[in-house]
Design a protein around this ligand. Structure first.
Ligand code: SF4
Ligand code: SF4
Length: 113
């Protein structure tokens, strides 16, 4: 991923509340997701960015594979490996949720890189 290494966020404040996908705006689905050759992702969901094949994002920053009505992955069974490895309530999950919440509260642009 071209996202910062998860260790970058280990010092993020811990709210003490467990992160839960059911109560989240799918924040991780706003990150750059680099697709590997072994991933089998339909071409219309992909784009090239900085020389990498990544999941395309819509104009609001969400991965185009996100089912916005249900806030879940529409290709869950075939999602990229990097998405499979993303740990709910892990340090990176908690950190990006904190960042997202703070940006929203302050009206800062929400695109995550
Ligand atoms: S893994 Fe974390 S950031 Fe992603 S949807 Fe679940 S709670 Fe939200
Ligand atoms: S492929 Fe699915 S899990 Fe991965 S970022 Fe897109 S919507 Fe989220």
């Amino acid at each position: 991923m071209s996202t910062p290494h998860p260790d970058t966020y280990l010092d993020a404040p811990d709210t003490g509340v467990a992160a839960d996908c059911a109560h989240c705006d799918a924040v991780c689905c706003r990150l750059t997701v680099v697709v590997q050759p072994e991933d089998r992702i339909p071409g219309h969901l992909l784009e090239e960015r900085d020389g990498l094949t990544v999941m395309a994002r819509d104009e609001e920053g969400w991965c185009v594979a996100l089912d916005g009505a249900r806030m879940c992955c529409s290709i869950y069974e075939g999602r990229p490996e990097v998405c499979r490895r993303f740990a709910m309530d892990g340090p990176y999950c908690r950190a990006i949720r904190t960042d997202y919440t703070e940006r929203r509260a302050r009206g800062i642009e929400l695109i995550l890189h």
